[in-house]
Design a binder for this molecule. Structure first.
Ligand code: FES
Length: 304
């Protein structure tokens, strides 16, 4: 996404300020507003210009330091969210965004978008606060949830996860660039007979999975490819989910070591060319993308 930013620049508390315009380009929709300002500042520094001063602290929507006026609204266009919790998808591509500091006599501008907040301290020092014990939010782990509800929630999360993997597999199957089948066919092409073809295929499988016999480099060269997702990543996740659910059902601790051994066996079996794989059929990229976009639209909308 590309934006034009009209930003209030002011050298110090005594100087007269003015708006200056800047362009930012190729900004991901998932970039936060403050990250977008970081990108701008990075560009300005590279151009030998003064970066824009702005306040922030937690960047988690807790402290309220990121106090900007964006397009005339305190903290910008989202309801009940601070500036640091606004993402660029909230704006139209190509939009001009006006960014100002707080406009209040009690909070004079110190520099650019930063204001002097000591008026708050003076209110507190003068006793302008109350002290009432309102209790804290209960610890989520302390809220009793029935076994059946917990299992249902885990089951629903697991179905969402495996469904997502199946959809990524479908989408990547639409282009040969993302195809495990092509990778394996190319490897087998190096061989001259079945034994040497199997040898090359095993090597090709190992490269993108266990990477030799060292456990440390497993997934070092992972690939988001059709066939790879359906035959390797998804089954591994399913195994993990099954073992976690079993532990929850039986009230036993999840056995990490046993699970690691089981997964390692699966990975080594997968990397061995004597275990045949089945590959998904290639689909139509545009149709598949449209179907998935409409399937996930409610989730994207809920995020906004
Ligand atoms: S930086 Fe703390 S709420 Fe935004």
């Amino acid at each position: 996404m590309n934006f034009t930013l009209k930003i209030w620049r002011q050298k110090d508390a005594k100087s007269k300020g003015a708006f200056e315009s800047y362009k930012v380009e190729n900004i991901s929709a998932d970039t936060s507003f403050l990250e977008m300002l970081d990108i701008l500042n990075n560009n300005l520094i590279h151009e030998g210009k003064e970066p824009v001063a702005f306040d922030h602290d937690c960047r988690e929507g807790i402290c309220g330091m990121c106090s900007l006026h964006i397009d005339g609204q305190a903290h910008g266009p989202s309801q009940g969210a601070t500036t640091c919790q606004i993402y660029m998808r909230k704006f139209k591509d190509g939009a001009t965004i006006t960014i100002e500091p707080w406009r209040s006599a009690a909070f004079p501008v110190i520099k650019d978008l930063v204001v002097n907040r000591s008026a708050y301290d003076q209110i507190l020092q003068a006793g302008g606060f109350i002290s009432v014990r309102t209790n804290s939010v209960p610890d989520a782990n302390a809220i009793p949830i029935s076994q059946a509800d917990a299992e249902e929630a885990m089951d629903a999360a697991a179905r969402r996860m495996t469904g997502l993997l199946a959809d990524i597999n479908l989408l990547t199957a639409c282009h040969p660039e993302f195809s495990l089948e092509r990778w394996i066919a190319a490897a087998r092409g190096f061989g001259s007979d079945n034994a040497s073809k199997d040898y090359y295929e095993t090597n090709a499988r190992m490269l993108i999975s266990v990477w030799g016999d060292s456990y440390h480099l497993t997934d070092y060269a992972s690939r988001t490819w059709s066939g790879m997702i359906s035959t390797y990543y998804a089954p591994r996740w399913r195994l993990f989910i099954e073992r976690v659910m079993e532990a929850a059902r039986t009230g036993r601790m999840f056995d990490h070591e046993a699970f690691d051994r089981e997964i390692r066996d699966f990975e080594c079996r997968w990397a061995d060319a004597s275990h045949p794989l089945t590959f998904p059929e290639a689909g139509d990229a545009v149709r598949t993308a449209r179907e998935l976009a409409s399937k996930y639209k409610p989730l994207f909308d809920a995020e906004r």
